[in-house]
Every structure is written in structure tokens, then in C-alpha cells.
Ligand binder design. Structure first.
Ligand code: GLC
Length: 730
């Protein structure tokens, strides 16, 4: 059966015009800010530019004493790591009732993939390729955060990441620019909604601005040295997508960029973000990143670092106390213009007005609403559903999966099978291990009387128990603390003896199903050959076990696709699909071409890859017209069929190659995709659109735009597809 279904994908254009005025901007508030600024003392203004952590969570290297006194004296305008409606109400009362002007506090927190109901880590959520799901999880996280007294999350992290040694790949959307833009937009809209005066919405924060993910050697906080072209073509677009989605704040990154730390980088924070993009929210630094310009070697002392930061365009100092200690004096000495301080304070007050905090400073401190909105059954159901969609089926020989819930002896092993805390992943906010459903619990609840789950965590015992099993399920991978911030790994294999364990289990001759828990792509070629099936589960969150049982026992057909390339070995890193062709592309028959002596150029699993319990076939792509002008929209149509016996969802991916450019261009780049649900035997005709902006880039002269000529269009189920057609831009 074929239904003609024209699905037009409006592609995220990247207009280089300034940001349209965001919907939270209110000219009426500006007049109230004018009045407030006119009566604020310089010390009170510096207070608004200061952010300190409470002592409830530690997310960085320093903790200050006495922040409550600073609130009461008006020297502190924002707090992070403080949460729950009651505690934040107490702190807010100090600001509103004990200070001269009663300016409300702003409460921030790292709500990265859930506040108390924890969703898959963002890299896992990106593997769903489901923007609606990403928006939904951010909306639920935002509602729970707001109910817990929070106004602001330090998310989404939108750093493009192409080096799996870097622990923070878990926090973003992976290697691809287009998927990164889609996820950035979705998450900002989820957190902020379409009305910031709604007390169940919070400010979002696009971080870490910029190119933090390009840290050399994948080592956190390391040097970033990339061209302006790579910055503009690869690392900035997700930030621009966040800005176009109305993001209220940006956070500077720890790294230097072309020799200048981002926190003191006027090109980045003012010329690009303000002058070219027209950003109207405020910029906060990362944790003591102003102070860190001293070890970076661009400031001799904190005063000089503070000067660099404020003159570059920083509005708020996170935890550094540099503005707190030096800014007033620098204004009084004339080193810093009062107008610069006023502009920073205006941007900060603008967001407090946008949240309605001046109308009611306690509108986020409702303990009744807190109890009604946190860890609800509906939130858990959403977490289970979204976790299911994050899983990627990497291998399924002999169709060993799905398992039957009604028959068979299942041996479950691996320490992670019964670990609640590890399922939460890094940056799990107020998520609690006790809330988590483990893989063991999920499987035990799912099987009927005719089947049994025998959990044997010890490897030697498991090998003995294998004799009495029909199938072995191995929970393997990383502990949750092996990824996230300050968690880079030089070896991205399976930790410890897990690979040996899997090989030993496979040697028993019983089928082995590997369930992988990890915060980054891992290199596990040995496991790949030993395992019968591999399910990539990332860190699935609070509902891990239920979601995994749904997939392992076939209640849900997995449809996830890899948002990052999985290497064969760490020696290939960085390895990503949109590489350049080079002048000597790999030729196995020619020594003098780009390759290794001891490793393939190919990844273990490519970007966009994922299997299903069914199979899909793609017809040849066709074009409405083989040529297009700059003002046209090209429509690429392809027939997709579910040729198996199970309903399933595939992700139709469209890649573009600019064959000849004024500069070298990647061998292909994702420019559109569409998730398509197909019943067994069903076919659909899917049409994806391309505009001139999708063919544009920073050209030889660093202007942004397209160039006429030939383009190859690839349409298929992952980045390796050869299913192609050519298009000419006139
Ligand atoms: C950390 C992280 C940043 C986080 C901040 C506050 O160092 O780099 O992503 O939002 O500090 O916890």
C-alpha cells in the first residue's frame, strides 16, 4: 500500500540578520528598569552582576562562605545550586525584605536532562532524532524545576562534540550541526515555553559559548584552536538556533579561542553575539572562568581579568567574586564606563521582569504546587517513553531480540544491571537513585510465569550459570561518573575486564545480548564480534528498567539512530562522518593515500546508524527539478518501505555534498531528516526540502552564502548511504 504523503521539512534557516525581538521582550519593562537603574547604587548594580553558589550542591572547584549575608546587603543578585520551594522562599525573603530596594533573586541550577524525574542523557535523547520528545522532556524538566523554586537552568548545552574522549559529549546532541540545531531549538522551547510569565516555565541558557567541544585531545578545559571558518560553519550554528528560539541567556566557555579565552573574547561576546546576532538577554560566565584568565595567561591578576570580561561583554560573574571585589573601583577610576555596567544590569533585570518576579517574587515558591508537579506518574511515563526512543539497536544476529516474555531461561549479569545510581548519568540534578527502575527490576516485572530471569552479578558464577540458560543478557559499559564534566578518558574501550567477561560468556555457546550503558561512543570491536546482539542504552534515567524491558521483550520496536560516530579504536579520533575528502582519499590499492597501517578508516558504527526489529528499503531519490536557482526550494522525494513483519519507525536522512567549492567542503552534511512510522508492509513517499540556505557556508572570502554548481544529494538510513541524485544550483 502506498500513500502519497508529502512531508515538507522547513529547514532551520540560519538567517544572519539580527535576532527578531524575542517574545519575552517587553518595552514596558524597559521603562521600569530605567527608573530602577536611576536609584541603584553602584554597589547594588555590581550585586546584580554577581552569582554565587549555595552550599547545597558542588559543581565546581570553589565554595564561598557568607553568601546569605551578601544577599541581605544587596551585593548578590543570583544564586545557583539552591532549590526546593521552601528553601528558595527563605533566601528570596532575605533579598526582598532585608535589602534597600528589594530586588528579587534569580535562582539557577543545572537541570540538564531532568530535575527530579530524570530523562535519558542529552546524547541519548538526541539518538531519538525526535525534536518533539526533546521539547517535551525539557518542558517537564522546566515545570518540575519551576515548582521547586527555580527560575533558570544552565541548559541546553549545545556544544558540537566530535571527540568521544571528552566526557561532556554526554551533555549535548553529538557531532552534527543540523541535528545540533534541531535539538537546541527544541530544548530552549521546552524550558521557556511561549510565555515566560507562566510560573511553570524557566529561563534557558545556551552553553558553552563557544567551541568548548573542540578541546584538543578530548581533554576537558584544554586549548581550542580552530579557524574562524570552522567556528562559524560548525560550532556556532546550534547557538544561533538557540538564539532564534528565544534563549534568554548564554554561558561563556572555559576554553580559549584563537588565543583569547571565551570569557574575555570581545569578538565572540560582542561582535558576534550582540552586534551581528542582536542578542538581548544576558551572558553569564562559567564557574570562576573570569579568574581562570590568570592561569590562561592573559591577565596578571583578578582586577585585570575582570576588566577583560566586562569589556568583552560579560554581564554576570559565576562564583568568581571578581566583579564583587573589583568592578565598583574600576568604575570609580574610570577604567569601566558606568554605561557598560548599566547595560549589563539592564539585561539581567530584563529577565527578572520577564519572569514576573517584580510582580510577585514568591510566585515560584509554592510548596503545594511543588508536591503536585514533581515525579508524577505522567512524568515517569514520559521518561519511560522517551528513554525507549533513545535506544539504538546496533546488532541483532539471528533476530535474537526481542526476547519472549513468556518462555525461556534468561541469565542476567553485569554489575550495571542492578545499579540505580548509574542509570541517572551525569548532571542528574535532584534525580535520586532510589527512584530508579533498574534493568533487573524492569525485566523481572516484564516476564510471565513461563520465563525466568536469573540474575548472577559475579562473572565466574555467571559463566557456570550459562549452562542452564537459553540466552544471556549482559549489562555493561561505564559508571555514570566516567562521563560528564572533568571526566575525559584516553582509552574509550569498555572499562575493566568487561570485554573479557563478554567473550567468556560468548564462549559458552549461548547467545549473548549486550546492553550498553555509556555517556560517550565507546570502541569495542572485540565485543562487537562476540555479542549476538547489542542495544545502546546510554544512561536512560529514572525509568531505565521499564524502558529497556519494553524494548528487550518487543513491546516497543527500537528506532534510535547514532548522533555520534562510534570508532573502531581511539586512534581514529577525531572521526566523524562529515570529514573532508583530502587530496589523497583512501584507496586500499594505493599506499600513498590517506589511511593507517594498522586500522581501517571506517568507524565501528556510523553516524545515523541504527537497526530495527523490522527492515526498511529506500527507493532511488528523485527531484522535482534537477536544477534550482537561489530562490527555489528543491524537493527530494523517496519511497520508503517497511519490508519486515513488525511495525517500526525509521529516520529518513538527507545529506548534501557540495562537489566543488571555493573552499574544500565535507564529503556530506546532514540537511534534513524525517522520522517515519510504517506498519509492516507499508510504503510511504517522503519529500524533503532544500533551500539555498542549506547549501550555504562561509566561502573563501568569509562571506556566508551558496555557490553555483553541482551538489550530490544522498537519502537513506545512515551517513553511509550511497542512494543519491545530483542537483545543480544555477
Ligand atoms: C560547571 C559547568 C557548567 C555548569 C556550571 C554551574 O563548571 O561547566 O556547565 O552550568 O559549572 O554548575
Amino acid at each position: 500500500m502506498t500513500r502519497l504523503l508529502t512531508i515538507c521539512i522547513g529547514l532551520l534557516a540560519l538567517p544572519l540578520a539580527a535576532q527578531q525581538v524575542p517574545d519575552w521582550y517587553n518595552a514596558g519593562h524597559e521603562r521600569r528598569i530605567d527608573s530602577l537603574l536611576s536609584i541603584m547604587t553602584l554597589e547594588e548594580k555590581v550585586g546584580q552582576m554577581t552569582l554565587f553558589t549555595s552550599d547545597w550542591d558542588v559543581t565546581g572547584p570553589t565554595i564561598r562562605e557568607g553568601y546569605q549575608d551578601d544577599i541581605k546587603t544587596g551585593r548578590l543578585g543570583a544564586i545557583f545550586n539552591a532549590h526546593t520551594a521552601g528553601y528558595n522562599r527563605d533566601l528570596q525573603r532575605m533579598a526582598v525584605e532585608d535589602t534597600r530596594l528589594g530586588i528579587p533573586l534569580l535562582f539557577g541550577y543545572d537541570v540538564i536532562h531532568g530535575y527530579r524525574t530524570i530523562f535519558p542523557i542529552p546524547l541519548g535523547e538526541a539518538a531519538s532524532w525526535n525534536a518533539e520528545a526533546a521539547e517535551e522532556s525539557a518542558r517537564i524538566a522546566g515545570r518540575e524545576s519551576a515548582a521547586a523554586g527555580l527560575h533558570w537552568t544552565f541548559a541546553p548545552m549545545v556544544d558540537i562534540a566530535r571527540d568521544p574522549r571528552w566526557g561532556r559529549v554526554m551533555e549535548g546532541a553529538g557531532e552534527d550541526v543540523y541535528l545540533g540545531k534541531v535539538m537546541a531549538e527544541a530544548r530552549v522551547k521546552g524550558f521557556q515555553g511561549d510565555d515566560l510569565t507562566d510560573p511553570l516555565t524557566i529561563l534557558a541558557c545556551a552553553k558553552h559559548f563557544a567551541a568548548y567541544g573542540a578541546a584538543q585531545a578530548g581533554r576537558d578545559y584544554h586549548t581550542v584552536d580552530i579557524s574562524e571558518r570552522v567556528l562559524r560553519d560548525i560550532y556556532l550554528p546550534p547557538f544561533r538556533a538557540a538564539l532564534d528560539a528565544g534563549v534568554a541567556t548564554f554561558m561563556t566557555s572555559f576554553n580559549e579561542l584563537d588565543g583569547v579565552p571565551a570569557t574575555g573574547n570581545k569578538h565572540l561576546l560582542t561582535e558576534i553575539l550582540r552586534d551581528q546576532w542582536g542578542f538581548m538577554g544576558f551572558v553569564v560566565t562559567d564557574y570562576t572562568s573570569i579568574n581562570e584568565m590568570i592561569p590562561h595567561g592573559v591577565a596578571a591578576d583578578e582586577a585585570e581579568a575582570g576588566l577583560l570580561a566586562v569589556q568583552a561583554g560579560v554581564d554576570m560573574d559565576m562564583q568568581g567574586a571578581v566583579f564583587y571585589d573589583h568592578l565598583a573601583e574600576q568604575v570609580e577610576s574610570g577604567e569601566v564606563a558606568m554605561s557598560q555596567v548599566n547595560e549589563a544590569v539592564r539585561r539581567i533585570l530584563r529577565m527578572k521582569y520577564a519572569l514576573g518576579l517584580f510582580d510577585d517574587p514568591y510566585r515560584y515558591s509554592d510548596t503545594t504546587r511543588q508536591s503536585q508537579n514533581i515525579l508524577t506518574d505522567a512524568n515517569r511515563e514520559a521518561a519511560r517513553r522517551i528513554a525507549r526512543e533513545s535506544f539504538v539497536l546496533l546488532k541483532n544476529d539471528d533476530n535474537i531480540l526481542p526476547l519472549s516474555p513468556g518462555s525461556g531461561r534468561i541469565l542476567l549479569t553485569g554489575q550495571l544491571a542492578d545499579s540505580q545510581e548509574d542509570m541517572l548519568g551525569a548532571w542528574h540534578g535532584d534525580g535520586r537513585a532510589a527512584d530508579v527502575i533498574t534493568l533487573l527490576t524492569g525485566m523481572e516485572e516484564a516476564v510471565g510465569d513461563g520465563a525466568q530471569v536469573n540474575y548472577v552479578p559475579d562473572m565466574q558464577e555467571a559463566i557456570r550459570a550459562a549452562r542452564r540458560a537459553d540466552v544471556i543478557v549482559v549489562a555493561t559499559g561505564e559508571d555514570w561518573e566516567m562521563s560528564g564534566e572533568a571526566a575525559s578518558r584516553a582509552d574509550i574501550g569498555l572499562p575493566g575486564e568487561q570485554e573479557a567477561m563478554i567473550r567468556a560468556l560468548a564462549a559458552t555457546g549461548k547467545p549473548v545480548v549486550v546492553v550498553l550503558f555509556n555517556g560517550r561512543p565507546l570502541a569495542f570491536p572485540g565485543v562487537d564480534s562476540a555479542a549476538t546482539a547489542i542495544l545502546e542504552a546510554w544512561f536512560p534515567g529514572t525509568e531505565a528498567g521499564h524502558a529497556l524491558a519494553d524494548v528487550l521483550f518487543g513491546d516497543h520496536n527500537p528506532g534510535g539512530r547514532l548522533p555520534m560516530t562510534f570508532p573502531r579504536s581511539v586512534g581514529q579520533v577525531p572521526i566523524f562522518y562529515s570529514m573532508k575528502n583530502t587530496g589523497r582519499p583512501m584507496d586500499p590499492n594505493n599506499k600513498y593515500t590517506s589511511k593507517y597501517l594498522d586500522e581501517s578508516n571506517d568507524p565501528l558504527y556510523p553516524f545515523g546508524y541504527g537497526l530495527s526489529y523490522t527492515t526498511f528499503e529506500y527507493g532511488a531519490p528523485s527531484l522535482e527539478a534537477g536544477t534550482m536557482t537561489r530562490n527555489d526550494t528543491a524537493r527530494v522525494t523517496v519511497e520508503v518501505s517497511n519490508t519486515g513483519s513488525v511495525d517500526g519507525t525509521t529516520v529518513v536522512q538527507l545529506y548534501v555534498q557540495d562537489v566543488v567549492g571555493s573552499v574544500t567542503r565535507p564529503v556530506r552534511e546532514l540537511k534534513a531528516f524525517r522520522r517515519v512510522a510504517l506498519a509492516a508492509g507499508e510504503g510511504q513517499t517522503v519529500t524533503l526540502e532544500l533551500t539555498e540556505d542549506d547549501l550555504s557556508f562561509y566561502r573563501r572570502d568569509m562571506t556566508y552564502g551558496s555557490e553555483p554548481g553541482k551538489f550530490m544529494i544522498y537519502v537513506g538510513g545512515d551517513a553511509r548511504t550511497s542512494n543519491s541524485i545530483s542537483l545543480t544550483l544555477e
